[in-house]
Design a binder for this molecule. Structure first.
Ligand SMILES: [Zn+2]
Length: 467
């Protein structure tokens, strides 16, 4: 039985059939062999067996034999600019790693931001990400229109995108972690954030670009910037994002400076709510998790970055049991050099099984897939229009090839996708438009980006060495 949306007879249709489908809808509906009809930028129908033969305006019929089709992956935490500072400070914890890298990051310019964004986006899109986000919080004086450059890179590649306009205004002189020359003023950060939202945020159902208000973290942002940032976001009707409860050092910092832990501090500054999602949330006690559940505050779980920086294991099974919305994040590629989201599906599953509290029942493959799709859509505030394959939703989907050596002997397709190696992407649609074909990007030259990102990484290293 196929579910259908109201037909649009004028729309061009793409039919995908003979494939396994994991819809990630509320009932986890799956089809061992099914079909999807895409009309324009929407999913028109989805169901078991082959698509009807008598559809109008079919421009393409795709045989999905040997493939699994899922919703496109949704990344909920990243720092694109870090693509040109990968592989540095590889044995540091978070605070030492930040202190080592801030001086380099404070030298980025518009060309570097654009090129690094291309590298980050290309890696994710090739790996089945259809909705990306970038938490960008380094805005050196005179560095140009960094937000505009990042948005341009996403739009050229065809990826759906949320820019979290970050900011820092608490430097060493105010008890913070970043050097004084790496931060903005309170007024400057708020004014440019507002201008960025007004210029680029699209409130519509099928928005390709959205903007969130995103002061960086308790140890790099003033209390006033958090408070006024929350007021700004709510006045403009956009979402709010920041880092929180990432490490024991951050918890100590909050207790010493504010006399409370991070979650209580966020609550006191207006930073819990259904319009907020927080990166990491590793060090959460029962009452922190209850506060997130009560307020429907979302979490971007970044297991690879948490492991790389020895931050700890986030209590994802407990958060899910309490009703906290959880998505997955690559995090910046200076703390997760792979830069693709499949690893996070796999690590979300595996790392929680290492937690002695949870053991083998921590998460299963379907829950991991849900975190990387619907959970991501939830925390970005887009669960009504992306994140699952349902008639009427936007056509953001991925055809994973499970017929190669890597997966062909694993019978269950979702198990193959999550437990197995990263599967090749035969096709990826965003807003009904194809952006990946047979593992190649259609709107970007991957080999050229490999060269330009290497050049920009060298230029940044050179400039920061001279500073
Ligand atoms: Zn981060």
């Amino acid at each position: 039985m196929a579910a259908s949306a109201a037909p649009d007879s004028a729309a061009e249709r793409i039919v995908i059939q003979n494939c396994a489908i994991a819809t990630v809808d509320a009932n986890d509906t799956e089809y061992a062999s099914g079909h999807i009809v895409v009309a324009g930028n929407r999913i028109e129908s989805i169901g078991a067996g082959r698509a009807p033969e008598n559809l109008d305006n079919v421009v393409r019929r795709i045989d999905g034999t040997g493939h699994l089709v899922t919703p496109g992956l949704v990344n909920t935490h990243h720092h694109f600019y870090q693509w040109i500072t990968r592989g540095l400070a590889t044995d540091h914890n978070l605070f030492d790693w930040l202190v080592a890298l801030y001086p380099t990051w404070a030298r980025i310019d518009e060309q570097m931001a654009y090129t690094a964004a291309q590298g980050s986006l290309a890696m994710m899109a090739k790996g089945g990400v259809t909705t990306a986000m970038d938490h960008h919080y380094v805005f050196p004086k005179g560095s140009g229109d960094l937000s505009g450059a990042i948005i341009r890179a996403a739009s050229e590649m065809g990826v759906r995108f949320t820019l979290a306009r970050g900011s820092m205004d608490r430097s060493v002189k105010d008890g913070g972690l970043p050097p004084d020359h790496a931060v903005e003023t309170l007024e400057g950060a708020l004014a440019d954030t507002e201008a960025t939202v007004k210029k680029h945020h699209d409130h519509s159902f099928d928005a390709m670009t959205q903007v969130a208000v995103a002061p960086c973290s308790p140890f790099s942002v003033s209390t006033e910037l958090l408070k006024q940032g929350a007021e700004l976001a709510r006045r403009l009707g956009v979402r709010m994002h920041t880092h929180g409860s990432e490490t024991v050092e951050e918890e100590q910092f909050c207790k010493e400076l504010f006399g409370m832990g991070p979650t209580d501090y966020f609550e006191s500054t207006g930073w819990l709510g259904e319009d907020v999602w927080m990166a990491h949330s590793v060090h959460m006690n029962d009452s922190d998790i209850a506060a997130f559940a009560r307020t429907k505050t979302g979490v971007a779980h970044c297991p690879s970055s948490n492991a790389r920086l020895a931050a700890g294991i986030a209590r994802v099974p407990d958060m899910l049991a309490a009703g906290v919305p959880v998505g997955l994040g690559v995090d910046g590629t200076a703390s997760n050099e792979s830069g693709e989201l499949h690893t996070e599906l796999r690590n979300a599953l595996l790392i929680n099984r290492l937690n002695p509290v949870h053991r083998e029942r921590a998460l299963n493959a379907r829950q991991a897939l849900r975190l990387g799709t619907y959970g991501g859509a939830q925390v970005l505030g887009r669960a009504d229009n992306i994140g699952s394959l349902e008639a009427g939703k936007l056509a953001d989907l991925v055809m994973w090839n499970l017929g190669t050596l890597a997966h062909s002997s694993i019978a269950d397709p979702v198990t193959a996708l999550v437990f197995g190696a990263a599967a090749p992407v035969t096709l990826s649609l965003v807003n009904g438009k194809q952006i990946v074909e047979n593992n190649r990007l259609l709107f970007a030259d991957e080999d050229a980006i490999a060269v330009s990102t290497r050049e920009e990484a060298r230029r940044l290293a050179r400039i920061s060495a001279q500073a």
